[in-house]
Write a new protein. Structure first.
Length: 511
């Protein structure tokens, strides 16, 4: 329905057949053991296509268990009764569109000259109209015109080329080829959650002899690396390839510049900013503004994270399962980008940029507070303040740790109670410090955590005061409030009215 390989069958069907019904079963788990999204096409050969209406049903909620038999019966009846009419409830949406809307126009890509066929537009009329308004407002400019979009690096053996902090300490890998790395799951809206992963970035040009620690580590896996499918295929073709190369490297110039990243396949829509710090794996899509647009990167981030762009991406993109989407180059390239042309429009763009900067500052603060006390104690350690450590073992799983502070029965200090196992400290302020470090954390049974505590109660109080100040700065205005303000500015920038906004927000509540 969306992929390039379906272009020609999508062109053939409307010319040769009447499309009677399309039933989209995304997320409905028709086949229990398989992850797929079946679509049923009901076609009739011949007939008058010009005025023909296509009936479309999208099943939005899984109905499969025995206890839901009545709901299943009612849903099937709803489909049958409302086919061809606009209808929606919590389980499905039904509507009809004109077959003549299915455009099989052959287009040519500007830069490559590659020919392709435009997609079917199967959205309801009100959604299609808002999409047209967004495209019209952008005057044909797309993300492809202002940015280069890449899929991240494919190594062929992530378990070998990506290394965690412990492994890095063990081997002391050479810094020239050890790059800070993020995966798709590390990226959320406006936020990158770095997990101290590194990528051993080795290409055909790498002289492995210059990096003895990396060579020593990789030699243990040489047989495995030589069994990679791409390595064997290239060897069989007589290509000059080294056993230690990653399969599909990308130029450092892609990563070591300000850029925008997103998950390539995700249930959540969201883009984050990276100031050239991270390399990305293929589970990310990496968006690099072209040279003349580099200064607009924060503005572009605000646009991409706005509701109009989420609406467009989801109506245009490839759906997966109940809520998932592919945010691949193919779909990101087509996002309509509005760049300001007049002084009032530039003022709107500046407002968007300033609000995005506020969000980025708040998100950094949120990360700092969530990782308490790590960032707070750095300056004190650098000044030579004395610390001691306590070790905590969790005797059960915790989705979110909820420590309780209790005075010790002997009056010697305080206990932090987590489950059945208390942790003792000598003062209440230190107990509050440890409680703040643990509160809300996810923990597995037998997992261990070490917390550094300043010996001085005065320093502990100072750190806790800074924590509370940071939490207050996060709250007002909140990230959610700033996002709402950005959405209003983007609606205005694209010339969208109240009815258009309602269409967008109703759609996003559904999908």
């Amino acid at each position: 329905m969306k992929a390039h390989y379906g272009n020609y069958i999508r062109a053939y069907i409307p010319e040769k057949c009447l499309i009677e019904e399309i039933i989209d079963l995304r997320g409905a788990k028709v086949f229990k053991e398989a992850t797929n999204d079946p679509i049923i096409l009901i076609l009739r050969r011949n007939g008058k296509i010009r005025n023909h209406q296509i009936n479309i049903v999208i099943v939005k909620k899984e109905v499969s268990s025995d206890e839901d038999e009545l709901i299943l019966k009612n849903t099937l009846e709803s489909i049958s009764k409302n086919i061809g009419k606009f209808y929606q409830d919590e389980y499905l949406i039904s509507y009809a569109i004109a077959q003549k809307r299915l455009n099989s126009e052959i287009r040519t890509e500007k830069d490559t000259g590659r020919k392709y066929l435009s997609d079917w537009d199967l959205t309801p009329a009100n959604i299609a109209e808002v999409r047209r308004k967004i495209i019209s407002a952008s005057k044909g400019l797309t993300l492809k015109d202002v940015c280069d979009v890449y899929r991240g690096i494919r190594t062929g053996a992530n378990e070998i080329f990506t290394v965690n902090r412990e492994k890095e300490i063990e081997y002391s890998f050479d810094k020239e080829v050890s790059k800070k790395l993020i995966e798709g799951k590390d990226v959320r809206k406006y936020l990158i959650n770095y997990r101290n992963l590194k990528l051993l970035y080795l290409t055909h040009e790498t002289d492995i002899e210059k990096y003895p620690t990396v060579k020593k580590y990789l030699l243990k896996f040489k047989d495995t690396l030589e069994q990679r499918a791409q390595y064997r295929q290239r060897k069989e073709r007589g290509e000059d390839i080294e056993w230690f190369e990653i399969e599909q490297p990308l130029s450092p110039s892609i990563f070591e510049v300000p850029k925008i990243v997103t998950q390539r396949v995700s249930n959540d829509y969201g883009f984050a900013f990276d100031d050239g710090e991270f390399y990305t794996l293929e589970t990310c899509s990496t968006i690099v503004p072209k040279l003349q647009y580099r200064r607009k990167v924060i503005f572009l981030l605000g646009l991409l994270n706005s509701k109009p762009m989420e609406f467009f991406a989801k109506t245009d993109g490839k759906a997966l399962g109940k809520k998932g989407y592919e945010f691949e180059k193919q779909f990101l390239d087509r996002l309509p980008i509005y760049l300001p042309q007049t002084k009032p429009e530039q003022a709107l763009a500046d407002e968007i940029t300033n609000k995005v900067k506020q969000i980025l500052d708040k998100v950094k603060l949120e990360q700092k507070t969530e990782n308490f006390p790590d960032e707070y104690i750095k300056e004190y350690r650098s000044k030579g303040e004395e610390f001691y450590s306590i070790k905590i073992s969790f005797n059960s799983n915790h989705k979110a740790v909820e420590p309780v502070v209790e005075k010790d029965i002997d009056g010697r200090g305080y206990n932090i109670v987590i489950g059945k196992k208390p942790v003792f400290v000598e003062s209440k302020v230190k107990a509050n410090y440890v409680s703040a470090a643990l509160k809300g954390e996810r923990a597995k049974k037998d997992e261990k955590r070490q917390i550094l505590i300043p010996k001085s109660d005065a320093i502990v109080e100072e750190i806790l005061k800074k924590l509370e100040e940071d939490k207050a700065r996060i709250k007002s205005p909140s990230v959610a409030e700033l996002e709402g303000e950005i959405n209003e500015l983007v609606y205005k920038l694209y010339g969208l009215n109240e009815e258009d906004v309602k269409v967008i927000e109703d759609f996003l509540r559904w999908f």
